[in-house]
Design a protein around this ligand. Sequence first.
Ligand SMILES: *[C@@H]1O[C@H](CO)[C@@H](O)[C@H](O)[C@H]1NC(C)=O
Ligand SMILES: *[C@@H]1O[C@H](CO)[C@@H](O)[C@H](O)[C@H]1NC(C)=O
Ligand SMILES: *[C@@H]1O[C@H](CO)[C@@H](O)[C@H](O)[C@H]1NC(C)=O
Ligand SMILES: *[C@@H]1O[C@H](CO)[C@@H](O)[C@H](O)[C@H]1NC(C)=O
Length: 705
Amino acid sequence: MGWHLSILIMTTTCFMLFPISDQSSQSELLQQLRKQLEYPRQLDAWGNPSSDPCYTQPTAVLAVTCEGNAIMELKIVGDRITKPPKFSGYSVPNVTLSEAFVLDSFVTTLARLTTLRVVILVSLGLWGPLPDKIHRLSSLEVLDLSSNFLYGSIPPKLSVMSKLHTVTLDGNYFNVSVPDWLDLFSNLTVLRLQSNQLKGSIPASIGKAAMLTELALAGNSISGNVPNLGYLSKLEMLDLRDNDLDGELPEMPTALVTILLSKNSLKGEIPEQFGQLNRLQHLDLSFNFLVGSPPEEIFALPNISYLNLAANMLSGSLSSSLTCSSTLGFVDLSTNRFTGDLPACLNGNMNNMVVKFDGNCFSADPAHQHEAKYCHQSHKGRGLNQDDGLVITVVGILFIVLVLSLLLIASNKKSCQKVLAEQQFLRKHKQDNSTSGMSSELLVNARCISHAVKLGTQIQPSYHIFSLEELKEATKSFEQSAFLGEGAIGKLYMGKLENGTLIAIRCLALHQRYSIRNLKLRLDLLAKLHHPNLVCLLGHCIDSVDESSVKRVFLVYEYVPGETLSSYLSGSSPEKTLKWCGRLQVLIAIAKAVHFLHTGIIPGSLYNRLKSSSILLDEHLTAKLSDYGLSIITEEIYKHEVVEGKRYLQNNVAAMEDSEDDVYYFGCILLEVLMGPKLHRKGGPFVLNDLIVSAGYLNIKPGRA
Ligand SMILES: *[C@@H]1O[C@H](CO)[C@@H](O)[C@H](O)[C@H]1NC(C)=O
Ligand SMILES: *[C@@H]1O[C@H](CO)[C@@H](O)[C@H](O)[C@H]1NC(C)=O
Ligand SMILES: *[C@@H]1O[C@H](CO)[C@@H](O)[C@H](O)[C@H]1NC(C)=O
Ligand SMILES: *[C@@H]1O[C@H](CO)[C@@H](O)[C@H](O)[C@H]1NC(C)=O
């Protein structure tokens, strides 16, 4: 009896003791990680000794998931998203973690959390070569270290991690070659190494990584051939854009849905086999040196929606009986050497399809075509003719001018140029009108969403398609007490979901007619915009009469408690004034959000109706932009808003017509924040004078804020 009791006591104590000691060593490890990461803002919650990381509510920037007491998933998304113009492998103040940081010891600490299955450590400023010992995390399934400062080679020991299936290392500085041990990597399904500095060629062994579904190596300096990928029977997505690949195109695996190979130096003809890729939806071969006639079957593939063959040396004439798939939304044949007539299905505005064919020798639209001579001449060997001579001279002169101006502009202007280029890109698209075309193009390119903020596959806040009933329930049938306000772009309601989550619902009445499919493409793109400084879009609800006409769209956002920036600046309540450093923080946060909207997707979302009343500050004074990206949904609304915006600025300057973009409005917010009422009393009159003078140029009345 006695020994029974003592065994009972012993086992109970064991049960009680072990989890506790486990837990405490785990939380010690988390504290160590926090220290090694130099106390990022995102981990402030761990500073409170009484809170257990396992039980804190996951957010977009921090999530710890536990089973029992073991930590399964760790996600931290930092805000170190600036990339210095030059990174030479050492710490950069205020950009990377400090000089004291040692990646090797960080990984040692991390690897002691042996139960981890998902590790997502994004934009935290981690710097150094990634140590091989990362393989000690033997349960790991998902590894995402994008947007850090990792360099050197990708640790070969990754291949012994038998459970690992998703590896994302985008936006780092890996600068050796593409790993040639991928065939050993039995379970690898997703490999993303975009925007690094990888060199050399793609090893042939990659063709044996049979489980791969996604391979993204865009934006490196990879040269050589595209290897034979024929055995990759599960590969759905291949993105090798923007490299130095040359050689001929191989045949492609038949499961592919997306093939992106633009901006390389690929030669030869497009293989006939491309005409049999029945699942293909997006094919981008633009900006290469491809010749010959494209296989006409690619226009008729059952699911093809985006077909870009621009800027190659494709020639011949397309047969008049060429058929186009009904799914086709965008075709670009421009700047090639096509001759003859444009096939009927590409001519005329069928199905809202966008077709571009300038810069060829088609018989249609001679104003934008070359003479037939041009296509035939260049078709037979490319002898120098007069035109070419002229072109070379002009290019030479342009080059010299370019070099000179680059020298002048030198360092920091890079991002500005990028924004300008994208702006032109977008403008061009606007001229092509073609709202539907833009959306399919946007959709393809939306894959380049910056991984700085791309969240993990497993603990991404899930996007939900709400039913009208759910929303009615959440807002008590949109009754008056749920009504928050009405802006030019529709009414705003507050609601509470069944699980208690507070939401904000924006109701958009559409002036433009969209098919449901088209609208969904646009919503898809909007749903991809995740950033710590953007109010998170949780889902949507489409209220339609039938398949072809949509009455209203409801966008469901997270509810951010707190006030708008403009109410902070109005000075109405003295306890709610922003200190200087608070104002600076807000401006930086908005700048980050805008930078993300402009560069996180290509083409960027450039018109976001920035104004202080759509910037929300939560209780920690973190700024979040609302109402962003709506121009993606409807240009109609966008135009309306610009008019509204002008009224808002009390500004009739005709010359400002062209500046209806974010940069201009960001400038206005900047002025507004600097000139908030408190400042007149406290701030330096010296700075203010200057500002008021410049504000005078803009016809902004300084007192209005
Ligand atoms: C890779 O980058 C690091 C840091 O910039 C540098 O020290 C190293 O020499 C580079 N290695 C190669 C092979 O270019
Ligand atoms: C880094 O930031 C701190 C404050 O955040 C500032 O005092 C320091 O001057 C900055 N250093 C550099 C090199 O910008
Ligand atoms: C691949 O993963 C599955 C489960 O995710 C696992 O059961 C299997 O053992 C793995 N394959 C290998 C070769 O390790
Ligand atoms: C075409 O796309 C639809 C929807 O995306 C899909 O259900 C269908 O299976 C696809 N067809 C082929 C041949 O892949």
